[in-house]
Write a protein that binds this ligand. Structure first.
Ligand code: AMP
Ligand code: DBH
Length: 582
């Protein structure tokens, strides 16, 4: 079946009413006024912000990377260099393709592209059309995509067939058909590797008049939702994080200043481009704002990254701790040095002081620790902080108006220097997830503080040190996995009476998912319970990084005094099983 076969049933369905581009109201009027007065917010959309750079730096190099678009006869990926002017022209072409599929201002689009040049042209083109991108990861699979599509009702799903060895058409078909069966209109597909697709106007496609209307009615468009980031969240499935133009751009501009970006900056983009860290801290948007160059790494291997740094003289890179450790080890073993590399940012998960010291010594670079969240708050160690602070803390907030609370289990403020739950609110932190009433009641206080689920200590200098996590989440190489999501599915497997997912400490990726099952009939799992379980998760369309990497079958679970399953004891017990000889 081709994508065109899927397009036809859409015409028979009533056009969906997309919810308007309402401002989420997550920052109350008074605080908003205060932030405006302090000059944090500019009357500018992301499209206007990008347009300024595209004009100002026209002839300077904007990006180097692979393209996936078919190049006439020879298709496949090849490295190209785009100036800002060329990026503008490519963004215009991308916008035309989106428009020819019927995309209208205010429509949401699932943007699911790898780190290639088209990521940039489709992102810029989407913003310029007034579309609202949902920053999906290339690793997301049909289960996650369907969830996003149901949550935000996108008009188009943009992907690159075959990228990262994935058949995106088959994912698209699988979730689209499920949506159609539920009488929901799935998005149209835009496969950027198909040259002509989408160029001819699609007659008879229902438009989205209400979305356009509201976008035009919006007196201050910079206050509207510009994009959706995705969160591991603290409970259940991924949450959609609505970020406004003004709040996101405030964090990007300040981040670019903190990191002293300039037209000389050449940033290696090795983490997924869509990730909030890579996009905004200061990330892709920060580099484009500063007139620098993005070097898009087509795959995350250190070998590829090292080649790109050496060939193109990268000055900066952003890594998760797992990758930072791998870089340091490989560079040490190979006796490699990277004279152009000045700054390495590490964030997304806790970076231990010893690993931090090793990185600095081996690579001879400046390190910056970044502790951020797609919900908002971002902390940086500053470039002139003493080395000890850089090695042992995860930085301090961007804004003087980032409010930090450190509370005990009863929500009481703790004396200075004590570890506790981090809550925050400020000029670029959301006050609500999109369409998540229940989760919002749990994740936000009445005063609008976000419960981060992180345990921190504040140093007298204001720097935060992350000392643990209270939320039920596993952090695998910076990818956040909700244990609820893993457990809920396990409970649907035959013979599983109860299930607990725990994060097992791991020297390479920080934590791995271990699924502990209370099983009625052990034989039901066959000779390899791990294979059985992984197959089941894969067939259900989970992203690969969410597949359990270890399965333990127990005949009973340890309980706490109040009769709840004791995750702590389970983790200890599993730790013992793993460390004892088989
Ligand atoms: P998310 O809400 O999915 O964007 O993930 C943000 C979470 O990642 C934070 O709340 C922390 O749990 C974790 N995180 C990010 N950066 C760091 C860091 N530098 N150290 C420790 N944890 C981090
Ligand atoms: O882990 C994150 O979500 C994260 C880490 C560093 C982030 O969102 C950010 C910086 O902006």
């Amino acid at each position: 079946m081709s994508h065109r076969d899927l397009a036809s049933p859409f015409d028979e369905l009533k056009p969906v009413t997309r919810s308007p581009l309402e401002f989420q109201g997550f920052v109350p009027e008074e605080r908003l006024k205060d932030y405006y007065l302090k000059g944090y917010y500019q009357p500018q959309t992301i499209a206007q912000f990008l347009q300024e750079s595209l004009s100002k730096y026209a002839d300077q190099p904007a990006a180097i990377g692979l393209t996936h678009q078919s190049q006439g006869e020879g298709s496949g990926s090849q490295e190209q260099k785009w100036t800002y002017k060329q990026l503008a022209a490519q963004a215009e072409l991308a916008a035309q393709r989106l428009q020819s599929l019927g995309a209208r201002k205010g429509d949401r689009v699932l943007l699911q592209l790898p780190n290639c040049l088209e990521f940039l042209s489709y992102m810029v083109g989407s913003f310029q059309l007034g579309l609202v991108p949902v920053f999906c990861l290339p690793k997301h699979r049909e289960r996650e995509l369907e969830h996003f599509a149901r949550q935000v009702d996108p008009a188009i799903h943009i992907f690159a067939q075959g990228a990262e060895n994935c058949d995106y058409w088959s994912l698209y078909r699988a979730y689209s058909q499920r949506m159609l069966a539920a009488n929901l209109r799935p998005p149209l597909a835009l496969d950027i590797t198909e040259p002509g697709q989408g160029l001819e106007p699609q007659a008879g496609l229902p438009g989205c008049p209400d979305a356009e209307e509201t976008a035009d009615k919006c007196a201050k468009p910079w206050e509207s939702v510009a994009l959706f980031q995705l969160s591991g969240g603290t409970t259940g499935r991924s949450k959609m994080i609505p970020r406004t133009h003004m709040d996101y751009l405030y964090s990007v501009r300040e981040s670019a200043h903190i990191c002293q970006l300039s037209p000389q900056t050449k940033m290696l983009v090795v983490l997924p481009a869509a990730h909030n860290f890579t996009m905004s801290s200061p990330g892709i948007l920060g580099v484009l704002y500063s007139g620098g160059t993005l070097i898009m790494a087509g795959d995350p291997s250190p070998q590829t990254a090292f080649g790109l740094i050496q060939r193109h003289g990268a000055t900066m890179a952003s890594l998760v701790p797992a990758l930072a450790r791998a870089w340091a080890l490989l560079a040490e073993r190979g006796g490699l040095s990277f004279p152009s590399l000045e700054l390495v940012q590490v964030g997304g998960a806790k970076f231990s002081p010893s690993a931090a010291r090793h990185l600095v010594e081996v690579l001879g670079v400046k390190l910056q620790q970044v502790f951020g969240m797609a919900e908002g708050l971002v902390n940086y160690t500053r470039l002139d902080d003493p080395l000890e602070i850089v090695l042992t803390t995860q930085g301090r907030p961007i804004s003087p108006d980032d409010e930090i609370l450190i509370l005990d289990d009863q929500d009481k403020i703790l004396p200075a220097g004590q570890a506790g739950h981090l809550l925050t609110r400020g000029p670029y932190t959301i006050g609500a997830y999109y369409r998540e009433e229940k989760a919002n009641r749990e994740s936000f206080t009445d005063q609008g503080f976000y419960r981060t689920g992180d345990l921190v200590v504040a140093h007298p200098s204001g720097h935060l040190e992350v000392v643990g996590r209270a939320k039920d989440q596993i952090n695998r190489a910076g990818e956040k996995i909700s244990v609820d999501e893993i457990e809920d599915f396990a409970l649907q497997l035959p013979a599983v009476q109860d299930a607990v997912a725990v994060g097992l400490p791991d020297p390479d990726v920080g934590e791995r998912i271990c699924l502990v099952l209370l099983a009625g009939d052990l034989k039901a799992f066959g000779p390899s319970p791990l294979d059985y379980v992984r197959r089941a998760y894969r067939q259900a369309g989970f992203a690969t990084y969410k597949l359990p990497e270890r399965v333990e079958l127990l005949s009973q679970f340890p309980l706490t005094k109040v009769g709840k399953i004791s995750r702590k004891e389970l983790r200890e017990r599993i730790g013992k099983i793993i460390s004892s000889p088989q």
